[in-house]
Design a protein around this ligand. Sequence first.
Ligand code: OOB
Length: 535
Amino acid sequence: MLEGCVAWPVELAEHYREKGYWRGIDLGEWWRGCADEFAVGTALIEGSRQWSYRELDAWVERLEGGILEVGLEPGQRVLLQLPNKAEFVALCLAFFRIGVIPVLALPAHREKEIRHLAEASQAVAYVIPDTHLGFDYRPMARTVLDNVETLRSVFVVGEPGSFAPFSALEGEPRPVPAPAAEEVAVMLLSGGTTGLPKLIPRTHNDYLYNARTSAERAGFTADTRYLAVLPVAHNFPLACPGLLGTFDAGGAVVLCPDPSPDTAFALIEKEGITVAALIPTLVRVWLEFAPLTEADLSSLTCLQVGGARLKVEVAAQVGEILGCGLQQVYGMAEGLLCMTAPGDPESLVLNTQGCPISPGDEVRVVDDQGRDLPDGEIGELLVRGPYTLRGYYRAEEHNRRSFTEDGFYRSGDRVRRLAGGYLVVEGRDKDIINRGGEKVPVEDVENHLLSHPSVADVVLIGMPHNTLGECNCACVIARGEAPRLSELNAHLSASGLAAYKLLDRLEIIDRFPLTRLGKVNRRQLAEQFHARVAL
Ligand code: OOB
């Protein structure tokens, strides 16, 4: 396995192979199999562009040729930051086939995150759109290119400016040696509990199993028409079951350029969409607009919801208002996926986040001392299994804290297990704010706020929010005159932070409550302000 990654122990790997979880084929070979089997079926639709499996495969082959011609090699990392465009899909498949490893940045990431990702992955190339949602990625790419030593080239989908156009990655098809199924296929990003995102290496074996098994749990078939609403660089719409799961079943993927109900509802009618995946924040917006739309949403049979806890009251409205089934999805880029199934009793679908998709998933719920708890009690979820990482990329020290000695990943999520294995996510221990599904690492934002001259000290807490679930609230001890919210946000933007990390609220206080050890008592601070909001 790529240096800097942690492989599964030999016996466990053997076990996963024996059980048939790992099929020993790489994602390139898998895709070729899909292209052969579903040949003339529709694979991908983006706006007025459309590809059958065979047509998409022909494009992937041209890209393979071009990628090798520009000198990219198996095992090298390429930072990919594209919105929901067909180029993202074709390029990923071509990279999978060659063994070049895409590092999947989100379109919302800005200079700070991108530089970190390029450095941490030692990326040699960076692929961007020209502009997206009013942001020009090219000046940012210039700064990143100038500052990251390993980075040699930038490719642009759209108007390239001073960089290479995307078409430079297209060439003559040529034979390519297949990567090993045990090798890293893609790097995903962690929500990040300490500062900036960590890189999660996912292998061909494990990611294919992830996509296929979740597609089976969701009942995907060749009739599935999947609408990719969330940014496809995220694990949920990419492989849970998402794009890859839809391809595995021979269905069609429709790329949605933005998640607004206007755009999405029109596409549901036009393309006869059967499944879409959303975060809870968007579910609320869709439920609000569905009664007002003239679009026919009757083709929709299932809405998959995950990324943050879905309130029971909202869950109950999905069937009533959208007239489709609900499937709860509790997942993480690190691996473990839990889902409810289409035929599950309503009480489980509304109240739980499902059960693990694989019999190979070993889930433990433990107390503060790491002792296993009986069903029904709340504790931290630890997990080990055929598609859960064994270590972040090049992060030895962090790995010592994030994994038990016998390789269980400490999720930082607080869950309760019901008899039968269904899980309810009750909260979390880790220092992130789940802002409507987008994960905000508090330490990262705090560090940037500390560099503002009017901030003597700061603690970032998650504040309850009606639509987002949680929002970002900075509790600041001021130095001299108290800073204003707009001033701090301007400072964060100027530092190059993604927009979802900006502050929604600011509270100026005199001192922080402390624990008996003298550390800031974050929980008490949060409770103090939650109580105030509730007043
Ligand atoms: C998904 O992946 P990430 O890596 O962005 O975030 C993972 C974290 C989990 O550890 C948990 O804290 C939270 O997001 N989460 C949920 C949840 N799904 C994720 N919390 C409550 N209820 C849920 N249903 O967010 C992700 C990856 C694959 C599929 C779906 C979501």
